[in-house]
Ligand binder design. Structure first.
Ligand code: HPA
Length: 292
């Protein structure tokens, strides 16, 4: 579903709150459009590294869906990432962070899942970094590593584009031949390499959840060509591409799913690994900010 009036009204309220906190995204020049970032499970810490952050809790934005997942903070945070850690020399980059998201498995619909992306677009975001916690399917990938998404499979059974198309947002049949921007992917790989950080590349499959995968599903997804599985991201990427945004996708691989020796993956384990790997992911995103 496409709901331009609801998105406009949330964006207007967010803009009003940002302006009240004296950070007007509207005044940034075209080159200085804010970079959008969606932070997933256990990854909220990045927002704390910004200078002059202004946080607006989702609960204070009428019509914006809150996340019911405890490991997801619920706020938009706008601020500036300094070019060098700890300094604000004016060379940094303005970012609008969505700290936590809602999911289909919470009973939310695709329009609710994608409202954050659409609000960000209304606030001028043209480049989006989407992060998540995911289970590794590729046997060569280690728990605790980061994967740059090269492509994705939407296996949720849903799409945010059903129903009448909002032509102001994008075309009826948007192209998905390159869901993730090749230049951003190359930049992420080069930046990670310079930092001495190993970055895997692979295909993310998004499932509905909330149940974890069976061994047979795990085997099937691997045969389909997926390298990691998770319960978010794919609908957001579809909405972002519909809006013409450039997208970079980064997964924290919090567990490894091997169909022939499946073991339970407790949520606590996913959160603990995401918090540790999230620090490296945060360093990578901060380094990328100055180059976008
Ligand atoms: N499956 C689905 N979602 C996930 C997983 C997983 O193994 N790990 C983290 N999110």
């Amino acid at each position: 579903m496409q709901n331009p009036q609801e998105v406009q009204s949330v964006a207007a309220e967010l803009a009003r709150r940002m302006a009240a906190g004296r950070r007007s995204l509207a005044t940034t020049s075209a080159k200085e459009t804010p970079v959008g970032v969606i932070l997933g499970t256990g990854l909220s810490g990045l927002a704390e590294k910004m200078n002059d952050p202004i946080a607006v809790p989702y609960a204070e934005l009428p019509g914006f869906p809150a996340s019911s997942v405890a490991s997801h903070a619920g706020a938009f945070v706008c601020g500036r990432f300094p070019a060098r850690c700890g300094e604000d020399d004016g060379q940094g980059r303005t970012a609008l962070i969505q700290q936590g998201r809602c999911h289909l498995y919470e009973g939310r619909n695709p329009a609710e899942v994608c409202m954050g992306v659409r609000v960000m677009a209304a606030m001028g975001v043209r480049t989006l970094i989407v992060t998540n916690a995911a289970g590794a399917l590729n046997p060569n990938f280690d728990v605790g590593s980061i994967m740059c998404m090269s492509d994705m499979i939407n296996h949720t059974g849903a799409t945010p584009l059903a129903g009448p198309n909002c032509a102001d947002w994008g075309p009826r049949f948007p192209d998905m031949s390159e869901p993730f921007d090749p230049d951003l992917r190359a930049l992420a790989l080069e930046t990670a390499c310079k930092m001495g950080l190993r970055l895997e590349r692979g295909v993310y499959i998004g499932v509905h959840g909330p149940e974890m995968e069976t061994p047979a599903e795990t085997r099937l997804y691997r045969q389909w060509g997926a390298d990691a599985v998770g319960m978010s991201t794919v609908l957001e990427v579809i909405a972002a591409r519909h809006l013409g945004m450039r997208v970079l996708g980064l997964s924290c691989l919090t567990n490894k799913n091997r169909p022939d020796c499946m073991t339970p993956t407790p949520l606590e384990e996913v959160i603990a690994v995401a918090q540790t790997t999230g620090k490296q992911l945060g360093r990578l995103i901060r380094a990328l900010m100055t180059k976008l």
